[in-house]
Ligand binder design. Structure first.
Ligand code: G3I
Length: 363
């Protein structure tokens, strides 16, 4: 297979070779460098699998200017049993990031989906103690090492039919709706240096659930600020679903309204579900790229948007890929949601993201 000049460049760059005495080759600008020219921070989520693959590690180190820890800092992973705490994978990711001078975001302290069985077996009093201890000990352990924490992830889910559209789970069971303020205040006390982020999904969907989540999120931001909790940014995940109704301009208006609360906005888990696009890879990649371009062009017009993080960088590392292989180990059509393919070559989405970053006027 003959590689184009561009593909050759990226292949060399992915192996950390580009720009190293390659006649006629200059390493192509990374997404991180292009974004930085517009005062924007670009990055990716990262799991320990990346560290085990030198080519993938080189790609992530080259392209990202910030990492979010994908899995290794979640409650269930850190504390598989009531009296264990296993930060080893997170420590390895932090060491890799430190060696690459790339800041790291912690993800996530309070998520009503990350619920180990031992936690769910506790009494309410025991659960309260365990959750308080989790924040005090975990934030204390990583204190001074993190750019920011996703303190609370996905507080809302209308599908659980609870008052205020809150998502059901141990944190809500233990402390009621006040778990959010409690988590933010305890985190601030345990690591005054980390920026504190409230992270939410589905706000991009122009559906009844999306509207309820957007309204509830605005109310929760106001409640946190009224309670005197420090909230530095709201994270909007950005798992884009072309199969659902969406309105990029109206979403940008929502982002601008959030920003009137004098907080930064991070796009924290960006990817594009390609389920409804054609099987043909060229057509599918073009459709994914166009979806990225439209969304980013709209949302980057809001000056408060300071960060764009994709949920992994290469298709083979995507949660969509893992889910597809789990559903059918012999699947022939694999998801292609990200800017780099399984061989770490750039896709049309890479160009679309670069163009959207470049078109942004610095705030
Ligand atoms: O690491 C173990 C491996 O040792 C084991 O063999 C394997 C068997 O199941 O599991 C592996 O752990 C999996 C882990 O991902 C690492 O791949 C867990 O089972 C699996 O539940 C976990 O899924 C993660 C999911 O959150 C739940 O934590 C996904 O990777 C991760 O991408 C996804 O990310 C979430 C964000 O945190 C919140 N927003 C939505 C986003 C997508 O669901």
């Amino acid at each position: 297979m003959k590689l184009s000049r561009r593909e050759t460049l990226f292949a060399l760059a992915g192996l950390g070779l580009a720009g190293k005495a390659q006649p006629g080759f200059a390493a192509p600008a990374s997404l991180g460098a292009i974004a930085a020219e517009q005062g924007l921070l670009f990055g990716t989520s990262i799991a320990s699998d990346t560290l085990a693959d030198p080519a993938q590690a080189a790609l992530y180190r080259r392209e990202a200017r910030i990492f979010t820890v994908d899995y290794a800092m979640k409650f269930g992973f850190l504390r598989p049993t009531a009296d264990s705490f296993q930060p080893g994978e997170a420590d390895a990711i932090l060491a890799f990031a430190r060696a690459s001078a790339i800041p790291v975001r912690g993800h996530t302290l309070a998520w009503n989906e990350s619920r180990p069985d031992w936690l769910m077996a506790l009494s309410t009093a025991e659960m309260r103690a365990a959750l308080d201890r989790h924040i005090d000990e975990t934030v204390g352990y990583f204190a001074g090492q993190l750019h920011s924490w996703d303190v609370v992830n996905e507080p809302f889910w209308p599908g659980h039919r609870l008052p205020g559209h809150f998502r059901d789970g141990p944190w809500l069971d233990a402390f009621g709706e006040d778990y959010v303020t409690r988590a933010f205040k305890r985190t601030a006390a345990a690591d005054p240096a980390a920026r504190l982020v409230l992270n939410e999904a589905m706000t991009e969907a122009w559906t009844e659930d999306g509207a309820l989540i957007r309204k509830s999120l605005l109310g929760l931001v106001d409640r946190l600020q009224h309670d005197g909790a420090r909230l530095d940014a709201v994270g909007l995940q950005g798992h884009l679903l072309p199969q659902k109704p969406h309105d990029d301009a109206a979403f940008a208006d929502f982002v601008a309204e959030l920003a009137t609360r004098k907080i930064d906005i991070y796009i924290t888990e960006l990817d594009v579900d390609d389920t409804v696009f054609p099987d043909d890879i060229g057509a599918r990649d073009a459709a994914v790229a166009e979806h990225y371009r439209q969304f980013l062009t709209a949302v980057l017009a809001v000056p408060a948007v300071k960060m764009v993080i994709t949920w992994q960088l290469a298709d083979s590392a995507s949660w969509y890929d893992h889910a597809a292989r789990e559903a059918d180990p012999d699947a022939t059509r694999l998801p292609r949601p990200l800017p780099f393919d399984a061989h770490f070559a750039p896709k049309p989405a890479h160009g679309a993201m670069s163009a959207a970053f470049t078109a942004r006027r610095p705030a």
